[in-house]
Design a protein around this ligand. Structure first.
Ligand code: NAP
Ligand code: GDD
Length: 348
């Protein structure tokens, strides 16, 4: 009997939150993993440093390359060298608020970066490769009816980030239809974890309130408290990415929990777990939360954190993924918060 050939995955964005969970998962599934990292002046591999305990260098199951999806030639060269079975494009300028400050850069990476990868697959004539595009619920944008959003709802993006993701989404669909490439979109709703970047709202809230509890920080300053999000756990969502590429045909999938919370409710869930009793007072930008035990303001607002246009409501209907991929979210929002708090509590 011949040896079973190990699958080879190439991950763009391996140093990010999702890339690190996907690498954990694929290593457990016995894949050979190739990841693309950006050159940076300070370390950007913290989220994958733990992997070095699992990597078996003698079996050559993990490789990192310097690259950048703004650079079409090196992107093509890496794909040509690796000749992967599966490509996951998780690389992006992924911060919505920041996309208002650097729109042109965001479009270059988040939109055109995807095109560069798909063009490389087409030019190299890699007929068998499967491609995953990290699409986003941010594409839905301005939602008319506050109902759960599925794959059939039209997009109305509210930021250059969202617009870039719509471009990337349609580019993946186009390469599937025009060239027969197995290109899929995972339309993922917000997902968080202890590895979430510090300027996304859940991490900012958990990290901030834990630091206040430890006496290391006085308050956190937020923007829109009333935006509604559907928050899942990145570990569950990494599993959906893999399942999407194992399905018999290339398709587009909503991945969500179908549960909703406002930012304010998220603050309350975190503070409750930390035994901080909050009292809210004031309206609009003057709204504040006071810690009843200390009488001090622990949450206030600043317009710096508001967006010129906001996505007010996101809740996803993942019934297609549940039915066909047998995917469901396993980790509840409360469990997610507990894990994030535990992680921050351990920090010095
Ligand atoms: P993240 O933590 O910000 O990670 C983004 C990754 O992309 C990082 O590895 C980053 O490298 C890399 N990257 C950025 N610019 C690049 C470039 N020019 N060339 C190559 N790599 C580049 O984001 P995430 O939360 O893991 O999200 C993963 C993907 O899913 C992103 O495309 C995001 O837009 C999308 N998405 C996320 C969510 C969510 O809620 N998390 C929901 C829907 C869709 P550095 O580490 O060097 O910065
Ligand atoms: N970041 C941030 N910081 N957001 C705040 C703050 C704050 O101080 N205060 C309130 N918010 C509100 C934002 O206005 C938004 O409505 C909500 O909290 C969530 O903001 P983020 O955590 O920054 O996430 P996002 O929803 O804008 O974008 C994330 O999810 C998308 C999927 O819907 C990112 O991960 C995107 O990459 C992803 O595509």
């Amino acid at each position: 009997m011949g040896k079973i050939k190990k699958k080879v995955a190439l991950i763009f964005g391996i140093t990010g939150q999702d890339g690190s969970y996907l690498a954990d998962l694929l290593l457990k599934k016995n894949y050979i993993i190739h990841g693309v990292r950006r050159r940076s002046s300070s370390a950007n591999t913290q989220r994958i440093d733990h992997l070095f305990d699992y990597i078996n260098f003698s079996k050559k199951n993990f490789f990192l390359y310097y690259g950048d999806i703004s650079d079409g030639t090196s992107t093509l060269n890496i794909i040509n060298k690796v000749k992967p079975d599966e490509i996951y494009n998780l690389a992006a300028q992924s911060h919505v608020r920041v996309s208002f400050d650097i729109p042109e850069y965001t479009a270059d990476i988040t939109a055109l970066g995807t095109l560069r990868i798909l063009e490389a697959i087409r030019i190299l004539n890699l007929k068998k490769v499967k491609f995953y595009q990290a699409s986003s619920s941010e594409m839905f944008g301005l939602v008319k009816n506050k109902k759960s959003l599925n794959e059939k709802i039209p997009f109305h993006p509210r930021s250059i980030y969202g617009i870039s993701k719509v471009f990337a989404y349609h580019t993946a669909v186009h390469y599937r239809e025009a060239y027969g490439i197995f290109a899929c979109n995972g339309i993922l709703f917000n997902h968080e974890s202890p590895r979430r970047g510090p300027t996304f709202v859940t991490k900012k809230i958990v990290q901030g309130l834990v630091r206040i509890k430890k006496g290391l920080q006085k308050k956190i300053t937020l923007g829109n408290l009333y935006a509604v999000r559907d928050w899942g756990h990145a570990k569950d969502y990494a599993n959906s990415m893999w399942k999407i590429l194992q399905y018999k045909k290339a398709d587009d999938w909503v991945i969500a929990t179908n549960k909703e919370q406002t930012v304010k409710q998220f603050v309350e869930m975190v503070s409750k777990k930390l035994n901080m009793k909050l009292k809210w007072k004031g309206k609009g930008l003057n709204e504040k939360a006071i810690d009843i035990n200390t009488g001090k303001v622990v949450v206030d607002l600043d317009e710096e954190y508001l967006r010129p246009s906001e996505v007010e409501f996101l809740r996803g209907d993942f019934s297609k993924a549940k039915k066909k991929l047998k995917w469901i979210p396993n980790i509840s929002t409360q469990e997610l918060i507990d894990e994030m708090i535990k992680f921050e509590m351990k920090k010095k």
